[in-house]
Design a protein around this ligand. Structure first.
Ligand SMILES: [Zn+2]
Length: 484
């Protein structure tokens, strides 16, 4: 069995060995178990369902949170010569959807958004075709986004619950607190899942939290930090406008940078992502819309100009640095007022009691929610969240739930702020937050343990070329080894 898996790994994917955790996860899937797999960002999660796909007899259904992520996975599979792959998303026309639905069982890998899975027609079709495995990719979104702006995530459990003889479910994520794990179990209706958990510590990423006096001061520090180091990076900011502003100002300093946010056309976003992957630009200045599914191994820095919205989001975002294993740096620049601003951003588009009243009043008067959006009385996010809760709970209950969720958002910002501003080791705190412990700390661990930036800059430069050579040598030698 293991020999066969290694053979497929080499023949289909070109790797001579599994990364930590992959083999065990795949074996559990093949034994028909429900599996929750926690692997750090960039450690080969997609292989965990792609490889079993070649052994299992029927289709693999992958529920994926982002269009960019879906397209990336589809491209990956197509590059490997796989033609039986389809992304079923909201960009297809009605007739395209119907045509695809009619022959859905012909596809080996079917990618769907949670919104798509819960549509009646799609649900019916999925019930009627043989499926070998259901995958929830980036499963932490069930918890993070489900309550927030995509309640369809919460409907997945209803779908999986309907399906009594359902195939095994695989939940993949790079971050999981106890709460997220509980949500994954509940909302995916998992049956005593086997858990495979890898250490979430990424020893090659160094953490720094640096206080600055003013917003202008922040810009200067960020510009200097980008300029001092070599290698690509991602600058995370909170709003579309800020992303554009940073990019414009940094370009004048000779930095090859472009902005990326959800307010841009899909085609423009794809273009920026491609430029970044092809090294035509070095930096992307983005909102948190950027990152999932962007496979760039040599990102040397991730900079935040604000407190991220949660520890989970922070570790996802900084996890995009150093996938190649070389030294990388995650820096937060903050001012004293930043916490209030982060809380405002996190709760601004979240409905409260007044929005519930507007929604209910409209419903009573037969006014469609879309009209409320077009009259700017509610946002699309408000409508999505309110439609979900008010169809399941009473008005009073909904108000209570929304209040709880709002408090939770604020608490999540306090948690990440405490970790980054506390006087003890940032690495230790993050790993502890996810219920794990670290084995050892690297030199120059974080700004609390004491770090010399110059050393990291130099070692980063030296390491990145060394690693490239190393990996070529390794690849060659393992190739010869396999042929022997
Ligand atoms: Zn430390």
């Amino acid at each position: 069995m293991t020999n066969n898996l290694h053979k497929i790994l080499f023949e289909k994917f070109g790797y001579s060995s599994f990364r930590p955790g992959q083999l065990e996860i795949i074996q559990s899937i093949l034994q028909q178990e429900d599996v929750v797999a926690i692997l750090p960002t960039g450690m080969g999660k997609s292989l965990c369902y792609q490889l079993p796909g070649y052994i299992l007899p029927h289709s693999v259904v992958i529920i994926s949170p982002l269009l960019a992520l879906m397209q990336d996975q589809v491209e990956q599979l197509k590059k490997m010569g796989e033609k039986r792959v389809i992304a079923f998303n909201s960009f297809l026309t009605q007739s395209e959807k119907q045509t695809l639905l009619n022959k859905l069982e012909q596809y080996k890998f079917i990618f769907l958004s949670p919104e798509m899975v819960t549509q009646e027609k799609v649900k019916e079709k999925l019930k009627s075709i043989p499926i070998s495995l259901i995958v929830a990719d980036e499963a932490h979104c069930i918890s993070q986004w489900g309550y927030d702006f995509r309640p369809d995530y919460l409907r997945l459990g209803e779908w999986l619950g309907d399906n009594m003889d359902r195939p095994p479910v695989l939940a993949l994520t790079a971050t999981a607190t106890k709460q997220v794990m509980d949500d994954i179990h509940t909302h995916l209706n998992m049956k005593k899942p086997t858990q495979h958990i890898q250490s979430l510590d990424r020893p090659n990423i160094r953490y720094a939290a640096i206080e600055v006096d003013s917003r202008e001061g922040k810009f200067d520090k960020i510009a200097k930090q980008i300029d001092d180091f070599t290698g690509p990076g991602i600058l995370y900011t909170q709003s579309r406008k800020k992303a554009d502003n940073y990019a414009q100002k940094l370009i004048t300093k000779g930095i090859r940078i472009a902005s990326y946010h959800a307010g841009m056309e899909q085609v423009d976003r794809m273009f920026v992502q491609q430029q970044f992957l092809n090294n035509e630009i070095d930096w992307v200045c983005a909102t948190n819309a950027f990152g999932m599914g962007v496979h760039k191994n040599d990102v040397r820095q991730v900079i935040h100009d604000h407190f991220p919205s949660s520890v989970a989001n922070y570790s996802q975002e900084i996890g995009r640095a150093g996938r190649d294993g070389a030294d990388s740096l995650a820096t937060l620049f903050y001012t004293k007022d930043d916490e209030d601003l982060s809380i405002f951003v996190a709760t601004n588009d979240f409905p409260d009691e007044a929005h519930v009243n507007v929604f209910m009043e409209a419903t009573r008067n037969g006014i469609q929610p879309t009209q409320l959006v077009s009259q700017s009385l509610l946002s699309e996010t408000h409508v999505r969240i309110l439609s979900y809760w008010l169809s399941r709970k009473t008005m009073e209950e909904t108000v209570k739930i929304l209040h709880q969720l709002r408090l939770q958002k604020i608490q999540q910002i306090h948690q990440i702020k405490d970790i980054l501003l506390n006087s003890t080791c940032i690495r230790e705190k993050i790993v502890q937050f996810f219920g794990q412990a670290i084995n050892s700390k690297p030199l120059n661990c974080c700004s609390k343990c004491g770090m010399e930036l110059d050393v990291i800059v130099e070692s980063s430069k030296a390491n990145s070329s060394y690693l490239t050579l190393q990996s070529w040598e390794n690849r060659l030698s393992s190739l010869f080894h396999m042929i022997d």
